[in-house]
Design a protein around this ligand. Structure first.
Ligand SMILES: Nc1ncnc2c1ncn2[C@@H]1O[C@H](COP(=O)(O)OP(=O)(O)OP(=O)(O)O)[C@@H](O)[C@H]1O
Ligand SMILES: [Mg+2]
Length: 260
């Protein structure tokens, strides 16, 4: 692993479903601490790409380098072990236990007294309290069962847990589809805080305002290819819409090329 290498590099990723070419050679990098918005029309190939990165689908061809090393994840669990997590609204929280238990699921702090394992409730509670406070997330009580928390609070716990356990790249596929205005705003703030800790973020959204609010870079996928890859401060929502519809393409150099 080298510090100079991008966090994730995609090289010529393709994916066919029978005769359908869902991805036709997608290449781009994601840096540490960078938020990339993945944009594109319905069926462009965004979810397929995210699933390939997170081990849910195999690429037909192409290479993926994570932390400078060529990687191929055969399952979401393998990707997760390497530090790649996909967040949907409720993903993987256990709703019938409290916030602390969810945070430590499978990693409980246990001390042995005369050979008898004893759960270190106090230490676990303090660690979760600290992690959430650092991230600026407020949950009424860490003893609340997750079933009583809102979608946004669940996402916050999910993301913070991921950061706490050394996650490196988060993939969010339309994470705010079911959330209200205020929860969405908090979610976007949380993404920025997560990125400030050096974590790479990919967010799929159809809402241009969200992309411009949170992302450092816009990558537009059109018909399975990159139709635009541009820094947020070098483009506009109108231009991105034109990339989505195929009226314009824009490369890494930043120069727009109108299409005949
Ligand atoms: N499991 C599958 N089997 C067959 N075709 C698939 C499968 N998954 C995706 N596709 C096809 O691949 C293409 C890309 O789909 P994908 O779900 O990646 O699009 P998307 O950009 O996420 O769209 P949306 O914005 O609607 O979520 C589509 O033509 C879709 O029908
Ligand atoms: Mg999709």
């Amino acid at each position: 692993m080298t510090e100079q290498a991008p966090l994730l590099r995609l090289e010529n990723i393709t994916r066919n479903f029978g005769a359908i070419e869902a991805l036709r050679g997608v290449s781009f990098d994601i840096a540490r601490g960078e938020v990339v918005a993945l944009l594109g029309d319905n069926g462009a190939g965004k979810s397929t790409l995210v699933k390939i990165i997170s081990g849910g689908l195999e690429a037909t061809s192409g290479r993926m380098l994570f932390d400078g090393e060529e990687k191929k994840f055969n399952s979401p669990a393998e990707a997760k072990a390497a530090g790649i997590e996909t967040v949907y609204q409720d993903l993987s929280l256990c709703t019938n236990v409290d916030v602390v238990a969810n945070f430590f699921m499978g990693r409980e702090i246990v001390k042995r007294y005369f050979g008898v394992p004893v759960l270190q409730e106090g230490a676990m509670y303090a660690a979760v309290e600290k992690a959430l406070a650092n991230a600026g997330t407020r949950i009424p009580s860490l003893r609340t069962n997750v079933e009583h928390l809102s979608g946004g609070q669940r996402q916050a716990i999910e993301l913070n847990r991921f950061v706490h356990w050394g996650g490196k790249l988060v993939l969010l596929d339309e994470p705010f589809a079911a959330l209200g205005v205020e929860q969405t705003r908090r979610g976007l703030d949380m993404i920025k805080r997560v990125a400030r800790q050096g974590i790479g973020v990919v967010i799929i959204t159809h809402i241009m305002a969200q992309a411009f609010q949170v992302a450092d870079r816009m990558v537009v996928i059109r018909q399975g290819k990159v139709a635009g890859d541009v820094a947020r401060d070098q483009t506009t929502p109108d231009e991105v819409i034109r990339m989505i519809t195929g009226e314009a393409t824009i490369g890494r150099a930043g120069e727009a090329r109108a299409q005949a």
